[in-house]
Design a binder for this molecule. Sequence first.
Ligand code: UD1
Ligand code: UDP
Length: 383
Amino acid sequence: MPVIMPIYGTRPEAIKMAPIIEALKRSEHFDCVVTVTGQHRAMLDQVNELFGINPDHDLNIIQPGQTLSSIMTRTIDGLSTLFETAKPDAVIVQGDTTTSTAAAISAFYQGIPVVHVEAGLRSGDLRSPFPEEANRKITSQIASLHLAPTQTSKANLLAEMVAEEDIVVTGNTVIDALLATAEKWVPFSDKRLEELAKSGRRILLVTMHRRENQGDIMRGIGRALARIAEAEPELVIVWPAHKNPAVRESVLPAVEGKPNVVVTEPLAYGEFTRLLGISYIVLTDSGGVQEEAPSLGKPVLVMRDNTERPEAVEAGAVALLGTDENRIVMEVNRLLNDSARFDAMANAVNPYGDGQAAARTIAALSQLLGLGSRVEEFAAANR
Ligand code: UD1
Ligand code: UDP
């Protein structure tokens, strides 16, 4: 039986890989050997626990203040040793983290086929998001199978001369994870959130972590949040803070102590999707949250200058704000007070998937290994 090794290291990879691991484990045709790098620790373990995944191998590479070079070298080194004994027939990597690209390079060096999930996203700016845009492009150079979430991402790959027969449009597995998780009600472990859920107050859900926004830009975002909280006392801002100390140090000083700002630890995925479901507006720089929120009918304001996820912007559910403090305050205020604009953005669209992306992934993998024939691609429903 072919040995398939999903490799991942951070929270979003874990969420998006979980439906694939579940499908692989259910399949009688593959031996699934799960490997984590441990680029994240608490935030990775939180997801594995929720989905009942016990990794077979854990490189545990995380270091406080880790650098891109250390993530890259520790992953390549650790995996090259592991590949000698585990001998995977193919590896699966997801997205654009440094774990993902390092794993692809390590496998490529040993002649192991690389399956790239969420292939073909492009912002068009090599420095933003940094280093993710470069990571994705590097992985596209060496992957044997490119699983594009949308037709747009497939077109990006074709424009870079990737052969059409090596691309399959699957939809994004984040929607599989979201649909499976959102239907299970979970209590909030933080009592403040349970009280907030009962209160019916409007919630502005905030997440941020991007490397290129850390420092001055995030200090400005912190000031913007403080101004919004003061101007809108009935609104509650909830910020599940990323574990990265660099993010917390920049934003916390401006918002700490504000009565209508709730800062929490990273929420378990079930709790986060519940919070998303009861939020009014989402303000974020996250990739995954940009994909999930439109499916739940939540308007998303993105604190970035560009996006590799244009589908929901085109559909009107996501607006790109940039990162200027005044603009963030103005746009949140506009959306809170302009119901026509709110309704237009909240009209649920689901351009990223139909919950069947993992099944298409397994079928495409079967084809790669000569065990099956080409699968029907995902086609997004029109609005
Ligand atoms: C990483 C990915 C980014 C992805 C993001 C998802 C890279 C270069 N970046 O960025 O693409 O969007 O994850 O969140 O691959 N930390 C902990 N515990 C954790 C997680 C993080 O303590 O569970 C702290 C550590 O101090 C670590 C720091 O956060 O040094 C930054 O983590 P790192 O993975 O280097 O970068 P992210 O910004 O999380
Ligand atoms: N998420 C979570 N708990 C939180 C915040 C986010 O489970 O407290 C989930 C969110 O639903 C999404 C993913 O984490 O699926 C996004 O992760 P992140 O923003 O860290 O990374 P990105 O998607 O930008 O790579």
